[in-house]
Design a protein around this ligand. Structure first.
Ligand SMILES: Nc1ncnc2c1ncn2[C@@H]1O[C@H](COP(=O)(O)OP(=O)(O)O)[C@@H](O)[C@H]1O
Ligand SMILES: [Mg+2]
Length: 311
């Protein structure tokens, strides 16, 4: 077997992009995958959207949870209030009533006995993704106000609320993907990691990518101490990989040096069509006839296979 040590990321990509691969998704139990880096711009949301697209195109049921107040994933999935109101007409207002912020927040003025049960509460906040994503994608949408949860010291057990509200709900999906905010060890990251069963660390081959993974792993280790459901790490994913330059090669070596066997033997290349798909709010699988989109679909499929077989 070759390890990532023997091969540069460009060797890996050259081999893999030539060979199409099938999705072999057969994990035991529900997978709640957190996409984690403490830096922005390393492709967390892009990866989340890509994994969701490939799962949905294979007929699986997927839930995207957006924990980033910038709501990038929510917008790409067409699940922001404005898009859904436009698309759903009369059903719009009901579908867009709640988002992930409502699951994390508690009104301390309320009578606790009058409040709905928290376990399973995520059900009422599930939004459909826009039609372009098909019928089997649901979203727990982010909004600006979600940023207030970071310094919310009034809501009891805030960091446990996502996990509890997903009880009986996560099981309805083949995969749940949590897009985390790039914030060092904050409450939103905590809520995501306590709800997750698996964690994947994407990093671009530059200083931000390296530091983002390093810091996220540190926080992960603290959070794993508090997660009774054994949070598995899938590993480190080299993401948005550009053509080989001296600098990129330097960082590829740094990734091997610092993360060793945690670096998974696949990577996601940089392809402009990924940005175009996001701009158009359509899944990358909708462009499957284009070779650049094929490269991305191939890579996302390999990442999913790595997630599904992580133990
Ligand atoms: N594989 C890719 N190829 C090219 N561009 C990408 C790819 N993945 C993400 N991007 C783009 O890179 C930028 C940063 O990605 P994003 O997912 O928003 O990062 P993060 O969520 O970590 O802040 C965005 O403009 C996004 O469209
Ligand atoms: Mg993002």
């Amino acid at each position: 077997m070759t390890t990532t040590k023997d091969l540069t990321v460009w060797d890996v990509l050259e081999q893999q992009l030539r060979t199409e691969i099938a999705l072999t998704w057969n994990p035991e139990g529900p997978v709640v995958l957190a996409i984690d880096s403490e830096k922005g711009g390393v492709g967390k949301s892009g990866l989340a959207g890509g994994l969701i697209a490939v799962m949905a195109a294979s007929g699986r049921r997927v839930l995207g949870i957006d924990l980033d107040p910038r709501a990038t994933l929510t917008a790409e999935l067409g699940a922001d209030t404005e898009s859904l109101l436009k698309e759903l007409g009369e059903e719009g207002p009901e579908a867009t009533q709640y988002g992930v912020n409502d699951l994390l927040y508690e009104d301390r003025e309320a009578d606790p006995d009058d409040l709905p049960q928290l376990s399973g509460l995520a059900e009422v906040a599930l939004r459909p993704a826009s039609k372009a994503w098909g019928n089997n994608v649901r979203v727990l949408a982010a909004e600006r106000a979600l940023a207030n949860r970071e310094d919310d010291n009034a809501t009891p057990a805030l960091e446990h609320r996502l996990r509890i509200s997903l009880e009986g709900v996560a099981e309805q999906f083949d995969l749940v993907v949590i897009d985390l905010p790039p914030r060092a060890g904050g409450k939103l990251v905590g809520a995501g990691l306590l709800a997750a069963t698996h964690v994947l660390f994407p990093g671009t081959l530059n200083e931000d990518g390296l530091v983002g993974v390093r810091d996220a792993m540190r926080t992960y280790k603290f959070m794993a101490r508090a997660n009774p459901t054994k949070l598995r790490r899938v590993g480190v994913l080299r993401n948005i990989v550009e053509p080989k330059t001296k600098l990129a090669k330097y960082y590829d070596d740094k990734f091997s040096e610092e993360f060793g066997a945690e670096v998974i033997t696949t990577a996601v290349p940089k392809r402009v069509i990924r940005q175009e798909a996001r701009g158009a709010c359509v899944p990358i699988t909708a462009a499957a006839d284009k070779s650049d989109a094929k490269d991305l679909i191939n890579s996302y499929t390999r990442v999913l296979n790595a997630v599904g077989s992580a133990v």
